[in-house]
Design a protein around this ligand. Structure first.
Ligand code: PXP
Length: 241
């Protein structure tokens, strides 16, 4: 059965809008855990636009569930992660002007840097996942670089409106899952997933974790994040095989 990691970045976005001390993502992590989340995902961006160093450090110290740190390949962040030792890192591309992570990491172009970073992470026992487009050559390149897991980018699926396009994107995710499976990689998925579109993705066999943020934090404004977490888990459980 697939599991949910709640991405709590946008709790910090609200706090940073006022440079205040609330809402605290550390508190949010506790609430997500009480709602049944299997893990907490946080993206420490180089520009520190939402999550701050202290947020990740405190969640690392207090969370009873898995911590997945999303990060770019920047050396300062790599050093931060080596010291923090999250359970898993997810390597993502990062551009300063983007609203959110826009595309997958190009594991073919970045192969040399990836190999060097992954070696350092695995030496201290951190599992490495790469956030990639659902394409066979990206899956293979992730494996070659030393990843133990991949997170398939569901953004194209989430943005598809016409039935034919939605079906095509779902097939792409399934094909990438097959290649990853054959390679012995653990397969996660995320980006743009919502209460409305999670069903068909949750129904894809063999996806281990979903990393979902914006939709859960949005609902939490009305329901609280513990309840919003519970409701997403109910949907994943309902549709997953
Ligand atoms: N997975 C990755 C790698 C991401 O970068 C993000 C966005 O931070 C997510 C999942 C969550 O995306 P969303 O906020 O759209 O649920």
């Amino acid at each position: 059965m697939a599991q949910l990691n709640v991405n709590i970045d946008h709790v910090a976005t609200i706090r940073q809008a006022r440079l205040a001390d609330e809402p605290d993502p550390v508190w949010a992590a506790v609430e997500c855990e009480l709602g049944g989340a299997a893990g907490i995902t946080m993206h420490l961006r180089e520009d520190r636009r939402h999550i701050q160093d202290r947020d990740v450090q405190l969640v690392r110290q207090t969370a009873g569930v898995m911590l997945n740190l999303e990060m770019a390949l920047a050396e300062s962040i790599v050093r931060f992660a080596l010291k923090l030792k999250p359970d898993q890192i997810t390597l993502v591309p990062e551009k300063r002007q983007e609203l959110t992570t826009e595309g997958g990491l190009d594991c073919i172009k970045q192969q040399r840097r990836l190999i060097a970073v992954i070696k350092r992470m695995r030496r201290v026992g951190i599992r490495v996942s790469a956030f990639i487009a659902p394409e066979a050559d990206q899956v293979t390149a992730s494996l070659d670089a030393g990843c133990e897991a991949v997170e398939l980018h569901t953004g194209m699926y989430a943005n598809a409106r016409r039935e034919r396009l939605i079906t095509r994107e779902l097939r792409k995710l399934e094909k990438a899952r097959d290649v990853a499976w054959d390679s012995g990689l653990i397969v996660h998925a995320g980006h743009g997933l919502t209460y409305r579109n999670i069903g068909p993705v949750a129904a894809i066999e063999g996806l281990e974790d979903f990393n979902i943020g914006h939709s859960i934090v949005s609902r939490s404004v009305f329901t609280g994040i513990r309840q919003a977490t519970r409701e997403m888990i109910e949907l994943i459980d309902k549709y997953s095989v």
